[in-house]
Design a protein around this ligand. Structure first.
Ligand SMILES: [Zn+2]
Length: 227
């Protein structure tokens, strides 16, 4: 904890002082354009990977970047509240679901029952991924553990985009082209971020500046495709 206390002091004496006017203005209001779902994983920092400033992203972090579907009996309160606030009050124009490599939550899906029995809440929380697990078992032809987990992580992002559309206010806003949905995959080791292209069903590397609103390149040959 001592590092954190020192960090607070350093923030106040350096960054805050350098940008005092910005923070004073920021203290009056927030108007982020993006609702950003990502994992609680300590290595995933949305502001760092997008080089955005405080006030630009409305961030929901949870274990496994899960967006529970809008079903009456499912526990979804925090997510549903964040969606309502971001879409209705903040009028965000984009929602990003950003998964990542080496995700402990999704690795838990592949743990044995004994290990999961010690974490019943985690087991329940990631249970929406069981369909994804089945899909991976059917479609993954690479036997390595890494490939299996990576496919789970990516397929799970796509499922969260579908789950978002089960919220009527999101479905309507997307239909009216007031809101856009994006699925991203962050590879921690390489720093690369990939955007899901619904047309090709691939995650494509985000690296060039000339991109459409899905974050996808106009010249796909420039980008490496990944399933
Ligand atoms: Zn994770």
């Amino acid at each position: 904890m001592d590092r954190l206390y020192k960090g607070i002091r350093k923030f106040q004496e350096t960054r805050y002082k350098q940008e005092e006017a910005f923070f004073k203005e920021l203290g009056k209001n927030q108007s982020p354009d993006v609702l950003f779902f990502t994992c609680s994983d300590s290595r995933v920092d949305p502001n760092l990977i997008t080089q955005s400033k405080p006030g630009e992203l409305f961030i929901v972090k949870n274990v496994g970047n899960i967006v529970p579907p809008n079903e009456p009996m499912r526990k979804k309160t925090c997510t549903a509240a964040a969606i309502e606030f971001a879409v209705i009050k903040l009028k965000v124009t984009d929602i990003v679901v950003c998964g990542h490599s080496d995700c402990g939550a999704l690795k838990a899906l592949w743990s044995d029952e004994k290990e999961l029995s010690e974490m019943p809440n985690l087991k329940d929380w990631v249970s929406t991924a069981s369909e994804v697990k089945e899909a991976v078992l059917q479609h993954n032809h690479d036997p390595s553990y890494k490939a299996r987990i990576e496919m789970t992580e990516k397929k799970y992002i796509v499922q969260q985009l579908d789950n978002l559309k089960t919220y009527p206010l999101i479905a309507e806003a997307v239909e009216e082209e007031k809101l856009r949905l994006h699925g991203w995959y962050y590879d921690i080791s390489t720093g690369m971020v990939y955007a899901y292209n619904p047309k090709t069903n691939y995650f494509e590397k985000i690296e060039c500046s000339d991109r459409d609103y899905h974050g996808l390149c106009d010249d796909p040959e420039e980008c490496e495709d990944l399933t």
